[in-house]
Design a protein around this ligand. Sequence first.
Ligand code: SAM
Ligand code: SF4
Length: 483
Amino acid sequence: MNFLEKYKDEFEKYDRMDHDFIDDDKIWAQLNKWENPSKEDVRRVLKKAEQCVRLDPEETAILIQNKDEETIQEMYELAHRLKEEVYGDRIVFFAPLYISDECANDCVYCGFRCSNKAMHRKTLSMDEIEQEVRIMIEEGQKRTVLVYGESPSTQVDFMCDTVRKVYSVKSKHGEIRRANINCAPLTVEELKKLKEVGIGTFQVFQETYHHETYRKMHPAGTIKGHYRWRLYCMDRAQQAGVDDNGIGVLFGLYDWRFEVMGLLYHTIHLEETFNGVGPHTISFPRIKFATGTPFSEHPEYEVSDQDFKKLVAILRLSVPYTGLICTAREPDSVRREVIPFGVSQIDAGTRIGVGAYAQSKNANGLPDKEQFTIGDTNSLDSTVREICEMNCIPSFCTACYRAGRTGEQFMKVAKSRFVHNFCIPNAIFTLKEYLLDYASDETRKKGEEVLAKHIAQFKGEPVYDKIQENLKRIENGERDLRL
Ligand code: SAM
Ligand code: SF4
């Protein structure tokens, strides 16, 4: 069968629907209605947000349209407080592993699009994947996201093989304990296969929720040209039992205010359809320069740093129980700015070229094999240190997903504010492992200070002795201890 016609029957099903859950006119009407909210309007919404509940679209529109400095500061303060309450001060670390840059789609913003002749095309072999994973483990990584284009050489059975391969690699004390996936939308049957091999989060970004912009960015005749096939991808994931899902927007394609509303509507749709289970994470990449990709140089709706900061805080306030991922696309200065407003995950030590962990010590070293250029080229070690210097605790924890606390189970845990009690101890154990096995002297010193401060928080609580006991066991050489 022609690869591009692979999902033809499925497309027809979606084409027959008379509408989907993104109503462009309604979103603009809501944003326009609240063009100039008063301080009282904003404070009313913040009062509700204090309860740690998901906001309604009109409430989020009020925050989006707020231009008053005083109440914007109040938004930042509350976003910071909610982040601390729900997630504690831990930051979860991961790194991407690019498996293939072969792609049959032609997304105008992406270095991997099929019409880009400046790209060297390559899908890693199993041996090459092993080599990449070994280097990642030896740098201290425990969590990865596997990234693929959409092509005949990276179909679901191949993806399953790559996941199995990643989990099979052991090096000295380490292994990858959680492999997330970022790939094209799949069918329910395909997703069931991914579930069987034990993927972590399944991520697909809508890129833009605005129908007309989506059409312009993703040419007709390509698989990705089908807006609804992508929009309902997480519904299919839930139907397949893949209940740990990540959604996202590529900021710069359309007005950021509309896109934040789109993310909220997507969350509401999933929560309403699947018994309260919304997305596990939201990503908010901004477009970065990509080789051979003129569109990426001056995106029409480029988001300023100021608006970026605001949108992160608004997401935190609007969906308090959804993890927020700030990727290494952002320079470390921007990352430092937005972490306090709600970010719960970052990638570090990142290389995004296909084969780049083996071929290049530095990020951005292989422009004809990289989807775009990244802004944060620091090593994992220095980023761990930096996060410690911010008085946050780096975490490599993978406990929840391995204990089956995903989807509805995770939501129960998250919503009862239980995350803090499980996650901080597990962050302590995994940071301790990192400091013993991989850290430079300088990072170890800083990390030990952060550990001491976090352990002290538990004094007098029943879990304190367990934490001390596990730390002793880790010092004596045991690994992968968790609550
Ligand atoms: N090919 C799959 C897809 O499109 O769904 C997998 C994802 S792609 C390799 C990962 C993500 O990178 C895309 O969903 C998009 O949001 C983002 N991306 C693409 N081009 C980018 C650019 N120039 N700058 C920053 N992010 C970009
Ligand atoms: Fe292919 Fe994904 Fe890039 Fe689009 S964004 S060209 S689907 S790799």
